[in-house]
Design a binder for this molecule. Structure first.
Ligand code: F6P
Length: 322
């Protein structure tokens, strides 16, 4: 393989740049030419493809976001759009593409692969919702950011004897809330996996207050409820005055933590080795601390086993407080 390209797609995540750098430098090491596709699948369809060399990726290892830009592009689900994109790549002589993103980006990579382009997917999302890897690039950085923010909320929550309701991201996956909640010692962790029971939260806060608890932290995955409405209900129906905070896109930015950088670099190098060996149609993951790869179809069918430790711990937390 002589020419490959790299793109980032979907929500950006800290560590994507470290992966881009690793892909570019590994490809150059193998004597391949590397191209950057800007703005994800939309940019691919619009022909936003430029050569990348060593200098394009210098001093980006520590930068958040993605130097290539990213986009969510629903149109890529359509077959004619996929065919046109594959043709464009073939016309440029690009035989392989590394796509960094989430499940949607993997489906795009599979579509391109079916059109004769060798593709490799890397898991890049703060949500940790990709089943073919234990951890996604960006998750630990977002977790660190959420943890630091909630630590700060705890200071003021304690001073004013309040209840802080904190919404974190994660889409349909509770990992950010779960890990952040454990890391800050929150009183409640509410995720898609634990389910949402407002009545129970109210009752438990009342009994926590009776046990002389001065303040409380509730960490909630986004989309489960309106945290402002929940805070109003708590202020009204429990002895705690409550405040809600939505951490939002703050969680997506910032310099990647060491874990995300190292994992991104190892995954990037692995992706290029796969393409160099002509072994496309794969995604890369980290399983039991080993870098692994699976065929994309298989990866999209996988269901992450829920380790007892993680959800068992959350379960115990919930039981203890019931
Ligand atoms: O997938 C990453 C993520 O940050 C989710 O946690 C969140 O639901 C979504 O993206 C937000 O998307 P957008 O940046 O398009 O508003």
């Amino acid at each position: 393989m002589k020419k490959i390209a790299i793109m980032t797609s979907g929500g950006d995540a800290p560590g994507m740049n470290a992966a881009i750098r690793a892909v570019v430098r590994s490809a150059l090491h193998y004597g391949m030419e590397v191209y950057g596709i800007y703005e994800g699948y939309r940019g691919l369809c619009e022909g936003r493809i430029e050569p990348l060399d060593r200098k394009h990726v210098s001093r980006i290892i520590n930068r958040g976001g993605t130097i290539l830009g990213s986009a969510r592009y629903k149109e890529f689900e359509r077959l004619p759009v996929q065919e046109a994109a594959a043709k464009r790549l073939k016309d440029e002589g690009i035989e392989g593409v590394v796509v960094i993103g989430g499940d949607g980006s993997y489906r795009g990579a599979l579509a391109l692969h079916r059109q004769g382009i060798q593709t490799v997917g890397l898991p890049g999302t703060i949500d940790n919702d990709i089943d073919s890897t234990d951890y996604t690039i960006g998750f630990y950085t977002a977790l660190e950011t959420a943890m630091e923010a909630i630590d700060r909320l705890r200071d003021t929550s304690f001073s004013h004897a309040r209840c802080s309701v904190v919404e974190v991201m994660g889409r349909h996956c509770g990992d950010l809330a779960l890990y952040a909640g454990i890391a800050v010692g929150s009183e409640f962790i509410i995720t898609p996996e634990t389910g949402y029971d407002e009545e129970r939260i109210v009752q438990e806060l009342i009994s926590a207050h009776q046990r002389k608890k001065r303040h409380a932290i509730i960490v909630v995955t986004e989309k489960l409820t309106n945290v402002h409405t929940l805070a109003d209900r708590i202020s009204q129906d429990t002895p705690f005055e409550a405040r809600a905070t939505v951490l939002g896109h703050i969680q997506r930015g910032g310099s990647p933590v060491a874990f995300d950088r190292v994992m991104a670099i190892e995954m990037g190098e692995h992706a290029v080795a796969l393409l160099h060996a002509g072994n496309g149609g794969q995604v890369v993951g980290l399983k039991a601390m080993e870098i692994v790869n699976y065929p994309i179809e298989e990866a999209l069918e996988m269901v992450k086993p829920i380790p007892n430790k993680r959800y068992g711990f959350a379960g115990r937390l919930r039981e203890k407080r019931s």
